[in-house]
Design a binder for this molecule. Structure first.
Ligand code: WT7
Length: 648
């Protein structure tokens, strides 16, 4: 029963600004009729099937969905190879010689791959994999920099029915080893190295360390990105260029079942053993295709730039499969946004004429900290749509993004989803939904998202937990090798909904405001407060660049918020400023949220994907021994923070 009184999360921030899309944008948008929501709600299966029908199938499905909670089968009986929708179909069309990827390396080297060239490269490499004995169902680990060979490697696996398992190139040898062993991978694809901030990331060297403890790996393929020194183990290691030299440029695609596995990807997770999230082919392709087309309003003439590394699910879904299925041109860039200068991204947008730009709030806050002078050096008027993903975007960052990157002329799509959901779940359709800064707005058509209290009662206005009540095509099918954990983690909280473990509030207009992970909620004087809202109030202060809030034990209140704060360039930390910031939070969202203490720090501990590791900050704040820090961007930050905290 809907119950508007059963609040489970206090929601303090209120944001009233509303930005409807311009008439011009709406008129040209791929989705420009509100009926789409109604139609999809009335018959979600037919809605998804209408997108599946636009893709390439060798045999049509017999049934759209078979649902035995929590086990879903989409497009039952359907046969396909995902690469035919991403490559062959374009090669057979007038997109044959259209650029699929425009790539720029960090040192400034450039390459363009047309659909035809990409097709040939994928086929050649697929033939090379076959020659090394890789077969349908085998797991292949991939540990590479952001170069065209990375998507080529994924697609080549898919071509022959092998299951790819990409490990982000920034991960340590130990993380790589753990993931290879969990997946039982037979082959590893890597490179001699890649460029990052003018330095070489020694991928092959790190892979060699990892492989000291990987008994299932039989062969290693090494792409030569630079002239970086590597050790070659005879019999095990093979140079990519030698393998593809002379390989046939055609490769019959392996015909797969819609429910055969496509990939596993390990969640960045800030706690526990990484989970190998498994996605299957037909539903996943349908979901990424539909969302790319409608949320990013993808058109044949667009140049799409998703800044995520393919090592994350964002890169799988919105660099590889979604955009390629749409047949668009994409920009990919190898390196850091501040190399050689802090205008690199803006220069890329101007030089190539990027039209749609998709990045993360953590990046946007860095851009803000560096200052508007950098984007101001460039003409960004080619942009027509902006996207955000990865964590809640605070209204301050949202407004900055809109004004300084979008020139007040681009809708912003704040897209909520997870590795586990496979594709975007909550986001505006940019031609239809007026946006509110900080809100991901509404569920994508065909997705049933709602807010629940602990017991699973629906909350019609107020805060609670996000739940998804109907199956969707891209949903994870299991955790590799541990179905029980899958059921327990996502499907056991309530009998009627998937549990993503995110806090959310729903406002009077039915807009959804994501509040961060439920592990990050504090219980202050009997009220559940989201750390994200306190952080958002802090970064609203003109001197603050970034903030992370954690709850620590408090004699009277139970828990109290403590804030770790990074200041904008040139601003000095002081006790006065700390007092000002506490007051600012109290003013902005109420006394209950007033931080007990402010700790200034030049940086914050983040995972490689840019998520603040609150668990670590909590440990620091409570003086506990530090947990595993191998997924940290810069472990020394923690040491600095720990010292600061102890000094206070
Ligand atoms: C978690 C999933 C989805 C690709 C990148 C991250 C948070 C993600 C948003 C957003 C608020 C967001 C959630 C989610 N998150 N996007 N637009 N607004 N929070 O994938 O590593 O699986 O992380 O990221 O907490 O559960 P992931």
């Amino acid at each position: 029963m809907p119950n508007s009184k059963a609040k489970t999360l206090e929601t303090l921030l209120s944001e009233e600004r509303l930005f409807p899309p311009s008439k011009q944008f709406s008129a040209q948008a791929n989705a420009n009729d509100f009926d789409i929501y109604k139609k999809a709600a009335n018959d979600p299966e037919a809605f998804w099937a209408s997108f599946a029908s636009q893709l390439v199938w060798r045999k049509k499905w017999d049934k759209i969905l078979e649902w035995n909670r929590p086990d879903a089968k989409w497009f039952v009986g359907g046969k396909l190879n995902i690469t035919e929708s991403c490559l062959d179909v374009h090669v057979a069309s007038d997109r044959r010689h259209k650029a699929a990827f425009i790539w720029e390396g960090e040192p400034g080297d450039r390459r363009i791959l047309t659909y035809y060239e990409l097709y040939r490269a994928v086929c050649k490499f697929a033939n090379a994999l076959k020659k090394l004995g890789v077969e349908k169902g085998d797991r292949v680990a991939i540990y590479m920099p952001m170069i065209p060979e990375l998507p080529i490697a994924l697609l080549a696996c898919a071509r022959i029915g092998a299951v790819h398992s990409v490990v982000f190139g920034g991960f340590s040898p130990e993380s790589l080893r753990e993931r290879i062993n969990d997946a039982g991978a037979k082959l590893l694809i890597t490179a001699d190295g890649g460029w990052r901030r003018g330095r070489i990331i020694p991928l092959k060297h790190d892979a060699d360390i990892a492989l000291e403890g990987c008994p299932t790996i039989r062969d290693v393929i090494v792409f030569k990105r630079g002239d970086f020194p590597v050790h070659i183990t005879e019999g095990r290691d093979h140079w990519w260029h030698r393998l593809v030299d002379g390989a046939a440029p055609d490769c019959e695609p392996e015909i797969m079942d819609a429910e055969d596995p496509l990939f596993t990807l390990y969640t960045s997770g800030t706690t526990g053993k990484p989970k190998g999230i498994l996605h299957t082919i037909g539903g996943y392709l349908t979901g990424v295709y539909a969302t790319t087309k409608l949320v990013f309003d993808m058109k044949p003439q667009d140049l799409f730039w998703c800044t995520a590394d393919i090592g994350w699910v964002t890169g799988h879904s919105y660099v590889v499969y979604g955009p390629l299925a749409c047949g668009v041109t994409q920009l990919i860039y190898e390196g850091a946004p501040d190399w050689p200068d802090k205008n690199r991204f803006w220069k890329l947008i101007e030089d190539y004429g990027v039209t749609i730009f998709y990045t993360a709030p953590t990046a946007i806050r860095s851009f803000m900290r560096w200052g508007v002078k950098w984007p101001k050096m460039h003409n960004l008027s080619s942009l027509r749509l902006l996207g955000s993903v990865g964590e809640p975007i605070n209204p301050e960052a949202w407004m900055w993004y809109q004004e300084h990157i979008g020139g007040d002329n681009c809708p912003i799509v704040d897209t909520w989803w997870q590795t586990e959901t496979g594709h975007i779940m909550i986001a505006p359709l940019p031609g239809l939904i007026p946006t509110k800064p900080g809100s991901a707005t509404k569920a994508f058509p065909g997705i049933s998202a709602a807010v629940f209290d602990e017991q699973g009662n629906e909350i019609v206005e107020g805060g609670g937990f996000l739940g998804i009540t109907k199956p969707w095509p891209g949903m994870a099918r299991t955790i590799w090798g541990d179905h029980e954990r899958f059921v327990k983690t996502y499907w056991s909280k309530w009998p009627h909904a998937y549990f993503p473990a995110d806090g959310v509030k729903v406002d009077q207009d039915g807009y959804l405001w994501l509040l961060g992970r439920v592990d990050d909620v504090m219980l202050v004087a009997g009220h559940n407060l989201s750390t994200m809202e306190v952080e958002s109030a802090l970064v609203d202060h003109q001197m603050v660049a970034e903030a992370a809030v954690v709850g620590i034990q408090h004699e009277i209140k139970g828990q109290a918020p403590i804030a770790f704060v990074t200041l904008k360039g040139g601003i000095e930390a002081s006790n006065d400023l700390a007092a000002q910031l506490k007051e600012h939070v109290a003013q902005k969202i109420g006394n209950i949220a007033r931080p007990e203490q402010i700790i200034f720090s030049s940086d914050l501990p983040k995972t490689r994907s840019g998520k603040i590791m609150r668990r670590l900050l909590r440990d620091i704040a409570t003086g506990k021994v530090l947990g595993d820090t191998t997924t940290l961007a810069d472990p020394s930050v923690v040491e600095e923070l720990k010292m600061k905290y102890e000094e206070d």
